[in-house]
Design a protein around this ligand. Structure first.
Ligand code: SF4
Ligand code: SF4
Length: 431
């Protein structure tokens, strides 16, 4: 069987896909849902309802704050209780809208269903926007913006990202196994929206059931095929996926569409299908609860805004909780926070004491692991020295924050933390 992979760098961490055989189950419905107004990478959304208003399940409650922004919808019928500042999982303040569920109400809002084979590109893009769909792989880039390439750039294909290369996470695997026809139909919607005839669905070779299910579903559509990827981290990075499947390198600072590719996650394609074919806005997602400290591991369909405290049961040994996977996820300092569109998993870890940080021994392991061809040790040192201009010249903004460098470092240097900090400072320098 032909397999695809990227060439530069990469690592093979233990996969720990302990929840892969656990079917998707609905999470308990919380009486209060808290919807963050910043659930996309763009401008925060602006409320279109006020405290005291009654809302239907699926009703729009906040509009995009700009072109790069997203609608937010209420996952349940109920009453808007308050709009206030809450804390994000990382402890930052953020505006949020709280809905009190009305268990008696059956009011549902939805958009008129569309036939993707008849719908125009403009109608499909408009539907994706009004349904509040963002990249569900974690990037939360508004999908309608991806489907509207800048002038002069012509998409040649859609690539669906089903790699799920992060250890522990299994939500995409389960979604592909259980909802392959819907994902393929969503991919067809994406193809029609950008006017291309080819769609490649990249799945790592450690998910044979997902590969079989998606192959069967893709066979119903002309120009759609599954590309089996060799399991290697970060195979699901947008640029690595393009390199593996198309053999093309996205230039520094350029968009994937500059080499003709529009890349979307399989969960995003599923959400697109639901929005187009059924008229359902994005009000929930599948996420994985996992790790040695989770008492209720599994893959759950969770309404957006569900408090993590009501979702997660942990044992007392847990000393670190990560939003997302262990490589690219972020430590959570605050569990009194809701689920969001970008949250693909919650990983509970019982680490005990952390290993000491030792001096760099110049072994070069971080250089070899970097899939972007960067020099992580140098980038981290520039950050430690607050040398932001040098960091920018060294390509720090090309870092995809995959964590491969930190994973391989025998001295346990906090390479990724320093590099992330540097990126924040360089962004400030440029603004
Ligand atoms: S985190 Fe950045 S610097 Fe480190 S390996 Fe990944 S891309 Fe390279
Ligand atoms: S892997 Fe760690 S010890 Fe080796 S060169 Fe990079 S920073 Fe230094």
């Amino acid at each position: 069987m032909k397999t695809f992979t990227f060439r530069k760098g990469g690592i093979h961490p233990p996969q720990c896909k302990n929840t892969a055989e656990m079917p998707i189950t609905p999470a308990p419905q919380a009486p209060l849902l808290t919807l963050l107004l910043s659930q996309s990478i763009g401008a925060p959304s602006k409320p279109v309802v006020k405290p005291g208003d009654k809302v239907a399940a699926g009703q729009p409650i906040a509009e995009p704050g700009g072109f790069v922004g997203a609608w937010v919808h209420s996952p349940c019928a109920g009453t808007v209780k308050k709009i206030e500042t809450v804390r994000t999982p990382q402890g930052y303040p953020a505006e949020a809208l709280t809905i009190e569920r009305d268990p008696q109400s059956t009011e549902v809002f939805s958009y008129p269903p569309m036939n993707p084979a008849d719908a125009s590109s403009e109608d499909l893009v408009a539907r994706v926007r009004e349904a509040g769909i963002v990249g569900l792989g974690g990037a939360t880039f508004p999908t309608s913006v991806k489907l509207t390439p800048p002038k002069g750039m012509t998409p040649r294909c859609v690539i669906l990202n089903g790699a799920e290369c992060e250890p522990y996470l299994t939500c995409d695997d389960r979604l592909m196994r259980e909802h392959a026809p819907e994902i393929a139909e969503g991919a067809f919607c994406l193809m029609r929206a950008v006017g291309v005839r080819h769609c490649y669905i990249g799945i790592e070779d450690n998910k044979p059931e997902a590969i079989a299910a998606m192959r069967e579903a893709a066979s119903q559509y002309s120009g759609m095929e599954v590309c089996v990827l060799r399991a290697k981290y970060p195979q699901g990075g947008e640029k690595q996926l393009i390199a593996a499947i198309l053999g093309r390198e996205v230039p520094s600072g350029a968009l994937p569409v500059s080499v003709g590719a529009v890349v979307d996650n399989v969960a995003t394609a599923f959400a697109v299908q639901q929005a187009v074919v059924l008229g359902k806005p994005l009000t929930g997602r599948v996420l994985t609860i996992t790790g040695e400290g989770a008492l209720n591991p599994g893959n759950y369909y969770v309404e957006l805004g569900t408090p993590l405290t009501s979702l997660l049961q942990t044992d007392e040994r847990v000393d670190k909780i990560i939003g997302g996977g262990p490589m690219m996820g972020r430590a959570m300092s605050n569990l009194d926070t809701p689920t969001t569109k970008g949250l693909s998993g919650v990983l509970t870890m019982c680490l005990g004491s952390m290993p000491d940080i030792q001096p760099c021994i110049r072994c070069g392991a971080c250089y070899s692991a970097c899939p972007m061809g960067l020099e992580p040790m140098l980038l981290a040192r520039q950050s430690e020295n607050s040398d932001w201009e040098y960091a920018a010249r060294s390509g720090v903004m090309d870092c995809i924050e995959c964590g491969s460098c930190a994973y391989t470092c025998p001295s346990n240097r906090r390479l990724l933390d320093w590099i992330r900090y540097s990126k924040t400072q360089v962004r400030k320098l440029k603004s």
